[in-house]
Structure formats: structure tokens, C-alpha cells
Design a protein around this ligand. Structure first.
Ligand code: ADP
Length: 483
């Protein structure tokens, strides 16, 4: 790989302050999804290394929590600066293992680093309370303390940002973290661990363990030292980890699947709605949990919106993320490609119509054409399941009550979007949507300043914002008597 700083690409895991190199007998190959080429390998570790990392984390956490918030903040700030300084290299590593276009990958690094910056600032603003007492000789103090050792499991769709959203608040609060990144994209995680060391994060405070998800997950969930598990991934695995964590009563942070509705009312600015749909649907090639999965368009503007969207989507270039002008990369792997194909085939068999794309891309591999489907109905699989690919299914609706009912008719509740101008409608609809997040007249809502998270099967807790750090703190009540 052509990097300015080649030491950022390291084929090793960081366990309890020690680097473990990959060896040929026991390693996981990592490939570039655009070419299928093996870009490197990481060690295949399991329960023993996870346990060692947890023990080291427990030790390191005590010293870390004892430092002043300003000291912790300074180290996080340094980490943020290093990530920003090396954003091009980090972007290249990310594109090599994930496939997204280089500009988008570098954008993710900037976005990911912004969580470290934000929580470096928040570290110094963890306030307790002095509560008016219930008796004249008593005072009630409330203090906030770090929850302790945190385990984190992250996915491949944002190999950098899904980590920083967890690590930033954890370290800011005074916690330690043991991380298992997705096996498809471990090098982005490893690179930020290299930079964490350089920034001065104490040895053992942050481990990055690559290897068997099941074994590492089982140790993380059963080990009583781990007080919180934070996970981003599928609802299926999230529920499994929730179950596994029951015996040790861990605090859970779960960012799970979505089935985001994207509603275009007939008073919407259609060009703005098309622009928003391109971002909300096609960013990361449709592989984000906040991607619009169902596009509901009101009767009166349905045909016009479909035509405009198809024209815009037809102009998106698909290809290798390193090639100039590419907007859409490959899908992550074969199963992802097959899922997209199944969703489209099911929709077509039940009466949907292809307006744009609709099949595997001529480039082969895991490339799929950017697709728009019309005449999509509630009976089709795309109405219920996340496609996680570049397919925009257009549903038709008559009125507000009808579309709210359809939009809420899902077990998920992460992101939702709608385009409308009428102010009272904007309030009514924003209040009626059963989702953790609502984008009004915008397709891009994620930022370090805002609380990201879902309701229903989409998860527990919030990441980012002033709420994000609370997830890594315990509230302690101290009753002061005899005054
Ligand atoms: P996705 O469909 O996005 O890959 P997953 O939920 O399968 O979502 O994966 C998200 C993360 O969870 C990855 O790091 C993966 O390795 C990990 N994971 C998968 N299965 C398990 C498991 N049984 N225990 C712990 N972690 C797991």
C-alpha cells in the first residue's frame, strides 16, 4: 500500500499493551472487496487474549480515571490531531479493506476524528449535582464516575467512525476499552491504535483484538470485569450479546439495524428531496444503518420524483474506490450482493418495475448497479428488511395519516427522513414518527454534536453529543449526614 507513513499499516493486534504479529499458521486474510486481492492478514485470537486484555484494562483504568479530566482531554486532543494529520493514509487503508471511494473514506476519517475532538472537550464537563436535602442535617451529593472496563464490538461499514464514537466517550469518561473490530476491516482499527499509542494513551488502556467473533464475544460478555458492552451491528447478533450479558448484568449500548423511511410530501422541494435521497440512500453504497430503505412518495409528485431520481442515480459512477470520479464502490462481500439480488428479484416478481439499474454491474465481483424501483408495495421483502445496498424502492402514498402508519409499521426505529414545507406538517410528522432520529428536509443527520441512536429493535443508548458520555458513567449518590 502506498502510504506516507507505512507504520500505520500494521498486521498485528494490540493486546494488553503488546503487539501480536500475524503468523501464517493462524491468521485471518483481509481482502480488498473491489479486486478480491489479499491486502494483509491479522492474527486470529480468542478467549485467552481477550481475558488478558481485560485484565490489563482493569489495571490501566484505575490510573487513567485518577488523572485529571484536563490530562485525559489533552491526550484525546493529541489523538484527534494525529488522526487529522494522517487522514490521507487512514483513508487509503480504509478504502483498501472496505471499498468505499477514497474521498468518502477520507471524509469518514474526518468525521470519525471529530468524535475524539468532541469528547476531548466533553471530558472536562462531566458535572455532578448538589441536591436540596430531605432533612435539615443532611446534604445529597451526586457524583459521576467512569463505569470501568468497556468491551466494544464494531462493524465493517464505518471501520473508523464506529470505533471513535465509542472510544472517544469511554476514554473521556475515564474508562478502558477492549475492542473487537470486524474481521473484514481490522486495519483501520489497528491504525488508530498505533496513533493512540503515539498520542500517549497509557499501555493496556486500549486493546484491539482480531479473531474469532464468537470466542472473543463470549469472553467479553461473560467476564465480570467488563461493566459495559457497546456494540454496533445486526439486531440478530445484538440480541445474542444482550442475552449473553444477562448473567453479569452489564450495561448495554446497542446500535442495531434500521429500516429507514424517506418520505416525500407533495409540498416538498423535489430537487432538494432528490439530493437528500442520493445521500440518504446511496452513501457508502447503501451500506449504512441509517440508509433510506423505503422511499414513500406522495401520489401527486410520484412520477416526477421517480424520473428525477432515476436521472440523478444514472449519473453515479460505480467502480474501484481508488479510481477518480467513483461515487459508488463494491458491496462488502458475496452474501451482501446476494441479499441485494434477492430483494430486487422478490420485488420484481411481485409487480415492481425497474426505472434504473436492477442487476449486477458489468464490472463483476460484488459490484451492483445503482437501482431505482417503482410500484413497490408493502408485500415485498424490501418493505420489511434492510437491503444494505444501492437500491431505492419507491412506494406510493395518498395522505399523511396513511404514510405515517406505513412508515411506523416496522420493528425497527433508527433513522427516518421526510421532505415537506408546511410548518405544522413538519411538527406533526416529526412527532409521529417512531424513530430515534428524524431528518427534515435533509438526508444527512450524523454529527458528533447530536445524539445518534434508535428505539425498538434498533437498539439502546445514544452515541455522540452531551448524552453520549453519560453512557460510560455511573451515578453515585452520597448522603452527607450530621451537618
Ligand atoms: P454485519 O451484518 O454488519 O456484519 P454483524 O452483527 O454480523 O453485522 O457483525 C458486527 C460485528 O459483530 C462484527 O465485528 C462481527 O465480527 C461481530 N460478531 C458477529 N457474530 C458475533 C458473535 N456471535 N459474538 C460476538 N461478536 C460477533
Amino acid at each position: 500500500m502506498n502510504l506516507k507513513d507505512p507504520t500505520l499499516f500494521r498486521q498485528a493486534a494490540l493486546v494488553a499493551g503488546r503487539w501480536i504479529e500475524a503468523d501464517s499458521s493462524n491468521a485471518i486474510d483481509v481482502n480488498n472487496p473491489a479486486t478480491g486481492e489479499i491486502i494483509g492478514r491479522v492474527p486470529k485470537l480468542g478467549a485467552a487474549e481477550t481475558r488478558a486484555a481485560i485484565e490489563a484494562a482493569q489495571l490501566a483504568q484505575k490510573g487513567w480515571a485518577a488523572r485529571t479530566a484536563k490530562e485525559r482531554s489533552g491526550i484525546l486532543r493529541k489523538w484527534f490531531e494525529l488522526m487529522s494529520e494522517h487522514k490521507e493514509d487512514l483513508g487509503r487503508i480504509l478504502t483498501s479493506e472496505q471499498g468505499k471511494p477514497l474521498a468518502e473514506a477520507t471524509g469518514e476519517i474526518v468525521y470519525g476524528a471529530s468524535f475524539i475532538e468532541w469528547f476531548a472537550e466533553e471530558a472536562r464537563r462531566v458535572y455532578g449535582d448538589l441536591v436540596p436535602g430531605h432533612q435539615p442535617d443532611k446534604r445529597i451529593l451526586v457524583m459521576k464516575q467512569p463505569i470501568g472496563v468497556v468491551a466494544a464490538i464494531t462493524p465493517w461499514n464505518f471501520p473508523n467512525a464506529m470505533i471513535t464514537r465509542k472510544a472517544g466517550p469511554a476514554f473521556a469518561a475515564g474508562c478502558a476499552m477492549v475492542l473487537k473490530p470486524a474481521s473484514q476491516t481490522p486495519f483501520s482499527a489497528i491504525a488508530i491504535a498505533v496513533l493512540a499509542e503515539r498520542a500517549g494513551l497509557p499501555k493496556g488502556l486500549f486493546s484491539v483484538i482480531t479473531g474469532s467473533a464468537r470466542e472473543i464475544g463470549a469472553e467479553m460478555t461473560s467476564n465480570p470485569v467488563v461493566r459495559k458492552l457497546t456494540f454496533t451491528g445486526s439486531t440478530e447478533i445484538g440480541a445474542e450479546l444482550y442475552k449473553q450479558s444477562a448473567a453479569t448484568i452489564k450495561k448495554l449500548g446497542l446500535e442495531l439495524g434500521g429500516n429507514a423511511p424517506f418520505i416525500v410530501f407533495d409540498d416538498a422541494d423535489l430537487d432538494a428531496a432528490v439530493e437528500g435521497a442520493l445521500i440518504a440512500k446511496f452513501r457508502n453504497n447503501g451500506q449504512t444503518c441509517v440508509c433510506a430503505n423505503r422511499l414513500y412518495v406522495q401520489d401527486g409528485v410520484y412520477d416526477a420524483f421517480a424520473a428525477k431520481l432515476a436521472a440523478a442515480v444514472g449519473g453515479l459512477k460505480t467502480g474501484n474506490g481508488f479510481d477518480a470520479g467513483v461515487i459508488l464502490g463494491p458491496l462488502i462481500d458475496r452474501p451482501a450482493l446476494e441479499k441485494v439480488e434477492e430483494h430486487v428479484a422478490d420485488a420484481l416478481a411481485k409487480g415492481a418495475r425497474v426505472v434504473q439499474g436492477g442487476k449486477r454491474h458489468a464490472l463483476g465481483g460484488t459490484f451492483y448497479e445503482a437501482t431505482v424501483l417503482a410500484d413497490v408495495t408493502e408485500e415485498m421483502v424490501v418493505a420489511r428488511e434492510e437491503t444494505f445496498g444501492p437500491v431505492a424502492p419507491l412506494f406510493r402514498f395518498k395522505d399523511e395519516a396513511d404514510v405515517i402508519e406505513q412508515a411506523n409499521d416496522t420493528e425497527f426505529g433508527l433513522a427516518s427522513y421526510f421532505y415537506a414545507k408546511d410548518l405544522s406538517r413538519v411538527f406533526r410528522v416529526a412527532e409521529a414518527l417512531e424513530y430515534g432520529m428524524v431528518g427534515v428536509n435533509t438526508g444527512l443527520i450524523s454529527t458528533a454534536e447530536a445524539p445518534f441512536g434508535g428505539v425498538k429493535l434498533s437498539g439502546l443508548g445514544r452515541e455522540g453529543s452531551k448524552y453520549g458520555i453519560e453512557e460510560f458513567l455511573e451515578v453515585k449518590y452520597v448522603c452527607l449526614g450530621g451537618i
